[in-house]
Design a binder for this molecule. Structure first.
Ligand code: GTP
Ligand code: MG
Length: 316
């Protein structure tokens, strides 16, 4: 059954034009408007801050919102779903798997397994809950042209699944630059609802931002745009009970002589907005080390997993 859509034009002060703009920028859920800041809404809609503030207040009134009781927050959190990565050790590091209503970021050098985990998740989300899935589908935004259906088919077959069926339920979009990437995320609402999507992957989140904004002077606009994209992703994650899995590259800092000289791209903006941050490192052969770098509720820790021909697995 389809959920009844909230009519944006019912908000006092919002006409058809503004309603279109809200829809285009992903503000289709009244809660997302209610929790926006006047500055953010004004910038996105290109309207005055005072007008934006009024719209937000009107929506809050419509939702009879000031505070939500903790039991409602708890109700919402109880709906969180978890997707298995294929490795129990890695799932445990993540508190049971990759969560909905959250942004999970993995970063690490080339070949550390970021994309492979994404491929495995795109299959596993389709499994029933008792097998570590959500009986749902995947949206995959590929920015580096590294999406490999052949590899996904191999991973699916290893689980005894019909690989054609699995591939049919992974909706792929290639993003050609950072604007295009933002556009694809802003347009994702409908497909998420229509195609029963519970997992959104962006592989990688940051590569276009790095390429499109070169030089120090461009850092501020780059970070602003990344910030807006991350807010949008979090809104989607919350309002659609969606797991957002993003990969990120690392920068090498030659000034560090001792310890690990790599750090993730995206600076504070990304650091603050990923719910879970996992750092991946190569070990010997198939083995990879995953380290939990940041989480609101989980202890820091490390685990080892493997990238096998069948996909992500535990160390035997
Ligand atoms: P970049 O995108 O280059 O930054 O790296 P990444 O972290 O996304 O690496 P990715 O997930 O693509 O991991 C690549 C590694 O996975 C390879 O070095 C292989 O060790 C392993 N791998 C990839 N495909 C296969 C496969 O078909 N079989 C097996 N056994 N291993 C694979
Ligand atoms: Mg990759």
């Amino acid at each position: 059954m389809k959920k009844k859509k909230f009519n944006l034009e019912d908000i006092p002060g919002v006409g058809p034009k503004l309603a279109d703009k809200l829809t285009e920028t992903g503000f289709t859920d009244p809660m997302s408007i209610a929790v926006a800041s006047p500055g953010e809404l004004a910038r996105i809609l290109e309207i005055g801050k005072a007008t934006a503030g009024k719209i937000i207040n009107n929506v809050r009134q419509m939702l009879k919102m000031g505070y939500t009781s903790a039991d409602k927050v708890w109700e919402q959190r109880k709906k969180i779903g978890k997707i298995s990565t294929g490795s129990q050790a890695l799932d445990e590091l993540l508190g049971g798997g990759v969560e909905t209503q959250a942004i999970t970021e993995t970063y690490g050098q080339f070949g550390s397994g970021k994309s492979q985990i994404g491929f495995q998740l795109s299959v596993n989300v389709q499994l029933p809950p008792e097998k570590g899935g959500l009986n749902a589908n995947c949206l995959f935004i590929d920015t580096e042209a590294t999406f490999r259906p052949g590899r996904i088919s191999q991973i699916a077959t290893a689980l005894g699944l019909d690989s054609n069926k699995i591939l049919k339920n992974i909706y792929v979009a290639r993003a050609y630059n950072s604007d295009h990437e933002v556009f694809l995320v802003e347009k994702a609402n409908e497909i998420i609802e229509d195609k029963k999507i519970r997992l959104l992957i962006i592989d990688s989140l940051t590569s276009h931002f790095r390429a499109d904004y070169i030089g120090r002077g461009e850092l501020a606009p780059r970070q602003q745009k990344l910030n807006k994209l991350l807010h949008h992703l979090q809104r989607l994650a919350d309002s659609m009970n969606l797991a957002v899995f993003v990969t990120n590259q690392v920068l090498s800092n030659p000034a560090i002589l001792f310890g690990d000289p790599t750090r993730p791209v995206g600076g504070h903006v990304l650091a603050h907005q990923s719910t879970y941050r996992i750092y991946l490192r190569k070990s010997s052969g198939e083995k990879r080390i995953a380290k939990m770098m940041d989480s609101p509720n989980l202890p820091p820790g490390e685990c080892i997993f493997r990238i096998t021909p069948e996909g992500i697995r535990d160390v035997k």
